[in-house]
Design a protein around this ligand. Structure first.
Ligand SMILES: Nc1ncnc2c1ncn2[C@@H]1O[C@H](COP(=O)(O)OP(=O)(O)OP(=O)(O)O)[C@@H](O)[C@H]1O
Length: 211
């Protein structure tokens, strides 16, 4: 599995904003760094299919050999994790994850099996007892872990992370980084991480794309 960007250029009001050329292999995490306003978040929007006026994109965005430029966002199968975890505040922790399961899996499992599977996933991040907790009662680090579990529950073909640790203090950040890196590596997914933090890039230890 791989994500490729071939001569991908993004325009804003028909003026060039950035051009990139790179691929992310299965299990690889590539960091995207650059000045504020350089277009990093816009690049992620282009990949996930959420680009809107005044932006436009040219070139080829390919996921596992398929050009996805013209595929609507909800069918691209790309997982996104933002710095604002954007969990559904009216749902419990467990229901946030259950909601993200692919439809086929959601229907194939009895409610009790679904719950057991999600509790198992929560257990891997030390949150086994949190299924029924309201998400507002979680700390920032706990919310970030739930957010990544939710992103991965959807079985994405690639993952985009936009400043995933931006809201965390240094201690939490340092606890969470290796876990996130391991989760992505374990699943063999191509991942792109936008970050301002050279500590993130160091922890990932892979290629850095400057925009
Ligand atoms: N809706 C919009 N209309 C016009 N210009 C926009 C719009 N949204 C963003 N921009 C501009 O497009 C450029 C790229 O924005 P983007 O958010 O992608 O930058 P970034 O590199 O992610 O920045 P940061 O590191 O500060 O988050 C910026 O100059 C921004 O001001």
């Amino acid at each position: 599995m791989a994500l490729s960007l071939d001569n991908v250029s993004i325009h804003r009001f028909n003026q060039p904003l950035l051009t990139v050329n790179f691929s992310v292999a299965a299990g690889e995490i590539v960091c995207v760094m650059g000045a504020s306003g350089a277009g990093k978040s816009t690049l992620l929007d282009a990949i996930s299919g959420q680009l809107s006026q005044p932006f436009s994109v040219q070139g080829d965005i390919t996921l596992n050999g398929e050009r996805i430029n013209d595929i609507p966002a909800h069918r691209r199968n790309i997982g996104i994790m933002y710095q604002d975890a954007l969990l559904y505040e009216h749902l419990t922790v467990g229901d946030n994850i259950a909601f993200a399961l692919p439809r086929s899996e959601h229907h194939a499992l009895k409610a009790s099996e679904r719950r057991a599977r999600i509790v198992g996933q929560l257990d891997t991040v030390g949150l086994a007892d949190f299924y029924d907790r309201a998400v507002q009662t979680l700390s920032g680090g706990q919310q970030a872990r739930v957010a990544l579990l939710r992103t991965l529950a959807a079985k994405p073909a690639a993952v985009l992370l936009d400043e995933p640790f931006g809201k965390l203090d240094n201690t939490r950040k340092e606890q969470l980084r290796p876990w996130v890196i391991q989760q992505l590596a374990d699943r063999g997914l191509p991942a792109l991480m936008v970050t301002h933090d050279s500590g993130d890039a160091q922890a990932v230890g892979g290629r850095i794309i400057e925009v």
